[in-house]
Write a protein that binds this ligand. Structure first.
Ligand code: SAH
Length: 358
């Protein structure tokens, strides 16, 4: 085992902050044995704070119209083959009601950047969900809507906002996005969301085109400094109708290693084992949980639109009804010794600052 990286791993496990250059070394020089040590330490942290409980979020994909043209994304504006849809407020409420019945206490409204979902429409929808289900959290994942909109939706009752930073490297950001999108605005949006009072989720893809280990070290350092409440990471998966169609998918092992590192960097973080992880490997989500993740996000969207919300090829769970998805995940989690709970699943802070050194 490389002694430098072993020392760094020990410092991370002991709750010390590392420099960006040290994250790079850890990413470059960790062998299988060290990775396994880090995985076990991450699971220990996860268990200390969240026990064997796994939080669920009901994902409602409210529409796939998007004004942006991200090179990796299947619902980008220029994809003429995308079959566009928007759910109506009634359809979305129906999904939430069904989700509530199935034990979900968090609903995530996700979609492209689409002006047709006006602040007024969304605010009405959010307050109606909260009125019907006051014990639930509403999470939004609707892109860079701007401060005024973020404020209006927070005032309507939204609790959390997922806005992956996608990459913490400005140069890499330019290789993934057209010039109309700016790294500075993405990062500023995250700061604004936090200032308003949202629980904030950052995140990035693993193995996205042109990503280097130095870029990933920047991502880890950003997570350490910004300390988001949530972090969504999953492998990049090519979509056939995008400029990145011919790039390879990100690896399961790399994603799991990063999940472990993120759990150690911010022990109390809410960390999903994503659908993308379940898409690159049949037991990807289980392996994600066993690497330190503590959230799963099954799909609550109507089956009629599931295939249309295609960010990448071969996405799993596009044919099942919501109840089947929930049952399937219940069984999968049980099989590895974890259990899905009926809970809003807020971030826990209890004992979260002593890094396992009880
Ligand atoms: N419009 C919203 C939601 C985007 S979809 C927003 O801008 O935040 C949610 C996430 O899916 C994205 O942040 C991106 O990281 C991920 N994603 C998009 N295309 C992907 C692909 N081809 N492979 C893996 N993940 C992808």
């Amino acid at each position: 085992m490389n002694t430098d990286s072993a020392l760094l791993a020990k410092r991370l496990i002991d709750g010390e902050k590392l420099k960006e250059s040290e994250y790079l070394l850890l990413l470059s020089a960790s062998d299988a044995e060290l990775k396994e040590q880090l995985r076990q330490a991450a699971v220990k942290q996860r268990r200390r704070i969240y026990g064997n409980e796994v939080f669920v979020r009901g994902l409602i994909e409210i529409g796939n119209h998007c004004k942006n043209d991200c090179y990796y994304c299947g619902i980008r504006k220029s994809n003429k083959n995308a079959d566009r849809y928007r759910l109506t407020p009634d359809e979305i409420l129906f999904c939430a009601d069904e989700g509530y019945r199935l034990g979900f206490r968090t609903f995530v409204l996700q979609g492209g950047e689409d002006a047709a979902f006006s602040d007024a429409l969304l605010a009405g929808l959010i307050s109606e969900i909260k009125l019907r289900h006051p014990d639930c959290a509403v999470t939004l994942s609707l892109g860079e809507r701007g401060e005024e909109s973020f404020r209006a939706l927070y005032a309507a009752g939204a609790d959390r906002y997922l806005l992956r930073h996608e990459t913490a490297s400005p140069d890499h950001y330019k290789k993934l996005h057209p010039p109309a999108l700016s790294f500075a605005n993405r990062m500023e949006s995250l700061r604004i969301l936090r200032k308003i009072g949202y629980a904030v989720g950052a995140g990035f893809m693993v193995g996205s085109p042109f990503q280097t280990k130095a870029d990933l070290a920047k991502d880890l350092f950003f997570i350490q400094e910004f300390r988001p409440d949530m972090c969504g990471i999953g492998p990049f998966i090519p979509h056939k109708d995008t400029p990145f169609a011919d790039f390879p998918a990100g690896a399961l092992e790399d994603t799991c290693f990063l999940l472990s590192l993120i759990r150690l960097i911010v022990p109390e973080i809410l960390l999903p084992a994503t659908t993308a992880l379940g898409t690159v490997h049949p037991t990807g989500r289980e392996q994600g949980i066993l690497s330190g993740a503590n959230v799963v996000m099954p799909n609550l969207s109507p089956v009629s639109v599931r295939k249309k919300y295609s960010l990448y090829d071969n996405k799993i769970c596009t044919g099942e009804e919501s109840a089947e998805c929930r049952d399937c995940l219940n069984q999968r989690m049980q099989a590895i010794g974890y259990k899905i709970v009926t809970d809003r699943g807020d971030k826990r802070t209890k004992g979260a600052n002593n890094n396992g050194n009880l």
